[in-house]
Design a protein around this ligand. Sequence first.
Ligand code: HEM
Length: 419
Amino acid sequence: MNEDRAVTAEQAASGIFNGENGLDPFAVFAQMRQAGPILSVPVEMGGVKFKAWMVTRFDEAMQVLKDHGRFTVDRSALESGSSGGESFMRQDESSPATFFTGKSMLTVDEPDHRRLRGLVSKAFTPKYMESLRPRVQGLADSLLDRVQSGGEMDLVRDYAYPLPINVICDMLGIPEEDHADIRLWSGAIAHGLGLGRQEPEVAEHLRAFGEYTARLVHNKRSRPGDDLISQLIALEEEGDRLSEQELYSMITLLVFAGHETTSNLIATGCLMLLDHPDELAKLKADLSLVPSAVEELLRFNGPSTIAGPRYALEDTEIAGQPIRRGEMIFPVLKSANRDELKFDASEELDLTRSISRHLAFGNGIHMCLGAPLARIEADVAFSTLLRRMPELRLAIPREDVAWSFALSSQGLAALPVKF
Ligand code: HEM
């Protein structure tokens, strides 16, 4: 490895995933791609320093995400006699499981993955999602009704955040009065966890989130409703399909994965549109472009920086680079989606671009379960906003817009706008 390549890798590891070095991540990703499709980067997790591989280009990232024979999400699959699904975070034994600490579909291979995902996949089909559209539309309108006459809002606080959390909590049957707690815990967990970083308060929030989930399950056992959690409880009670720990992990995964990323897509997407007035004008002139614009916004600056860690199941190679069994590999989704070998003018936002594939939702068996839901939410959110507030513009200087970095995604802390 030459010196330049090592420096770029250090930069990436030391700040790009938590914003500490203040660099433009896309400039660093471009440098990383120049250096090669796979780079060795120093990482520190739980006080242990080691090297992890970052996969920077589209084809190689796709290969890692899809080749389940060579790469696993389940580190414990490397150890014989393990029960599987171990997370990289250490579990506080006295806390109820969350998907961060327990076994969820995100951290297991087949056949457990198929079993767990199969239990909820019917609730996330594109067809079922379409049936939720009127509810999502009603929510979007009522959120904008509250701010319309004032002529300004914080688009994150008033629109991008409440929309997805209301939708997923509705599906799960989580009462509205609990949303503020959910927001506190999941925000604190997401922001307190960076690549290789775990702030001390995270454990407390994880415990609170886990205990809340256990209480919720307890209440719904005695008074089941017409919601996804009640359906999952019935499956757990049937016996061999879902254990109690898996039930808790599933609920926290759906709550957590179901709102933060989508709100980031809506808020960051709006900022990207405001940054590109010609593209925004095209979209306002023809709102039927919104679904394809959403795909381009996902490609151009989707919420997830990286997919979860993969581990090599055997000594292997990626793009000619030898990889040893057990080594950790991160597909860098945002970099793969800007790969100039895959997309023409990859660093440009082009809302009319025809995209056959991007990696914003990952790929392979762990490809985002909630993608159809996120797509409907984003479609409704952008269409409604641009129809009702065609004069949308930033209310602060562009350089004052603050980013917020979380576990594996990047969003906006706030987005003050006028309309
Ligand atoms: C724009 C919004 C979203 C983005 C960018 C996104 C991104 C992703 C990505 C990249 C993965 C794969 C992670 C990996 O392979 O390591 C994933 C998985 C997942 N997502 Fe999403 N997600 C979004 C919205 C949602 C929503 C609304 C839900 C609803 C519950 C959801 C639930 C899940 C679940 C359950 C998984 C794990 C799937 C599995 O392991 O089989 N996501 N998501």
